[in-house]
Design a protein around this ligand. Structure first.
Ligand code: NAD
Length: 502
């Protein structure tokens, strides 16, 4: 651990001697005692950020893009170490840890291209000798609050866009994963150095990390000098943040819980569906916002599908996420294990039957990690427990006869993040993607619900919060829109033909 942190350029004092104890979910070992910020530090950070904004907003966007290009280059050089640190701190398997860093590199590339675009509009004016246009300007400090399960990528999704849009960032990472955030700040600092060495000017404090719990997050959210709060986490967190930001009429971008489903139609390629189900439901030990949690399968293919799935679940390797061949790493902590057990108990009380898994794995497992065998649970219907997001590898299986009922089940939960259908029938596929189909922010055909590419806008509807990050035009949330009208005539006509002459 100390070797990785030192390779990433993290100073010893940044992870030793503090009062925030960080435990690795891999074996429960203490991997850091991190100094925390106090709520009073938030005010100071915002002052620094505002000063940074005054300068950064005047730097041409393509030059800001050059900085993000250098950030992407730095990330390439640390991919292996940072990916390993992600695995050690949040427990996802190494290939997913590395994939998370790749996502950071990808969003930097995307943002570099964007820095030469950030397109506005020209609009036809109704008045002679006038023209109108719409221009996008930098917004100001972006407060970024992140969850434990994507400890670095979510910062990059926000930060890479914010930087090219001309905004500074203050990042409050999850209190469960501060080390990866501190490491990202070290990588960021090296990009700043390289940018300055190339003769560019960049303000201090363009990115700041505030380590702490909810109180620090809340102080950031409450502050009127943070025009945008981008918050990723649970629905209760999002509700709390949304209320505070709305009260001061700020802007929030919310990326909250999901309860994602797959519909498996009679014509589906079942081999492909099984592979997609496995990655979706057990990848990251069921701790992705896009994890597959509900399987809605046509009654004619249920038995065949479940036979293959039960077999596949039985051969999943659960264990050390750093070892090649492991597909399921640990849950983040004991509370997560308890929540999983309680959901399974409730499922039983609501008529469910555990087909496979759900138990704690201890064979060949190191010390204090919470490892579980992913659970496949047959449910008689979409009862309360199925409508909740339990952040663990539980897949509830329900059947349908008619596609209309399947879509109603898919849409019949409070969350609206990701969804998918496996079918070879073009009518079914297109109906699922139509206005009468999935109500989610993400809808896929013959692909599972998780593992989105950064080119698309990412986010969901209903209790998932409505925010969009990453690709497409998500950048617009990080800027302010200005409608401009210019009169190049010698007359002063009013809009709508209003006459107001002396
Ligand atoms: P969490 O809600 O417990 O914490 C997330 C972050 O919010 C942490 O940094 C925490 O300190 C902070 N926080 C909590 N309450 C706050 C408050 N009142 N004010 C300000 N900050 C506050 O979530 P978690 O357990 O870390 O992550 C799991 C959850 O995140 C799941 O529900 C998952 O679906 C969701 N998630 C969503 C997405 C998405 O893009 N939609 C991505 C990743 C995770």
């Amino acid at each position: 651990m100390a070797r990785i942190l030192s390779a990433l350029g993290v100073a010893d004092k940044a992870f030793n001697g503090g009062d925030l104890k960080v435990c690795s979910p891999v074996d429960g070992a203490v991997i850091g005692m991190v100094p925390q910020h106090k709520t009073s530090d938030v005010e100071k950070a915002i002052k620094v950020s505002q000063a940074a904004f005054e300068q950064w907003k005047t730097v041409p966007a393509p030059v800001r893009g050059e900085f993000v290009r250098l950030l992407g280059m730095e990330l390439r050089t640390v991919k292996d170490d940072l990916g390993r640190l992600v695995t050690l701190e949040c427990g996802k398997i190494l290939s997913e840890g590395l994939g998370e860093v790749q996502e950071m590199i990808d969003i930097c590339d995307f943002a570099v291209g964007l820095s030469r675009q950030l397109y506005g509009l020209t609009i036809q004016s109704e008045r002679p000798g006038h023209h109108m246009r719409e221009t996008w300007h930098p917004l100001g400090t972006v407060g970024v609050i992140t969850a434990f399960n994507f400890p670095v990528a979510v910062w990059a999704w926000n930060a890479a866009l914010a930087f090219v849009c001309g905004d500074p960032v203050i990042w409050k990472p999850s209190e469960k994963t501060p080390l990866t955030a501190i490491a990202c700040q070290a990588v960021f600092d090296r990009a700043v150095k390289a940018f300055r060495a190339a003769g560019h000017t960049i303000p201090d404090g363009l990115n700041q990390v505030l380590v702490g719990g909810r109180d620090v997050g809340r102080a950031l959210v409450e502050h009127h000098d943070v025009p945008l709060v981008s918050a990723t986490g649970s629905v209760p967190m999002g509700r709390a943040v949304a209320e505070v930001v709305a009260k001061r009429l700020g802007r929030s971008l919310l990326e909250l819980g999901g309860n994602n489903a797959m519909i498996v139609a009679p014509s589906a390629d079942l081999d492909m569906a099984v592979r997609a189900i496995l990655f979706g439901a057990v990848g990251t030990a069921g701790q992705r916002c896009t994890s597959l949690r509900r399987l809605i399968v046509h009654e004619s293919v249920r038995d065949r599908l479940l036979e293959s799935l039960t077999k596949a679940y039985g051969s999943l390797r659960v264990g050390n996420p750093l070892e090649t061949g492991t597909l399921v790493g640990p849950l983040i902590d004991e509370a997560s294990f308890t929540a999983m057990q309680s959901a399974l108990k409730n499922a039983g009380a609501q008529g469910g039957k555990v087909l496979v898994g759900g138990d704690r794995v201890s064979d060949g497992i190191m010390g204090g990690g919470y490892y579980v065998r992913p659970a496949l649970v047959s449910m008689p219907g979409q009862s309360d427990v199925v409508k909740q997001e339990t952040f663990a590898p539980i897949l509830y299986v329900m059947t349908y006869k008619d596609m209309k009922d399947a879509v109603a089940l898919q849409n019949g939960v409070p969350q609206g993040l990701s969804s998918c259908i496996f079918t070879m029938d073009v009518r079914e596929a297109e109906s699922f993607l139509s206005a009468a189909g999935s109500d989610c922010g993400i809808a896929n055909v013959n692909i599972g619900p998780s593992g989105a590419e950064i080119g698309g806008a990412f986010g969901g509807e209903k209790e998932t919060g409505g925010g969009r990050e990453s690709g497409s035009d998500a950048w617009k949330t990080y800027m302010r829109r200005q409608t401009q009208t210019v009169n190049y005539s010698s007359a002063l006509p009013l809009a709508q033909g209003v006459v107001f002459d002396l």
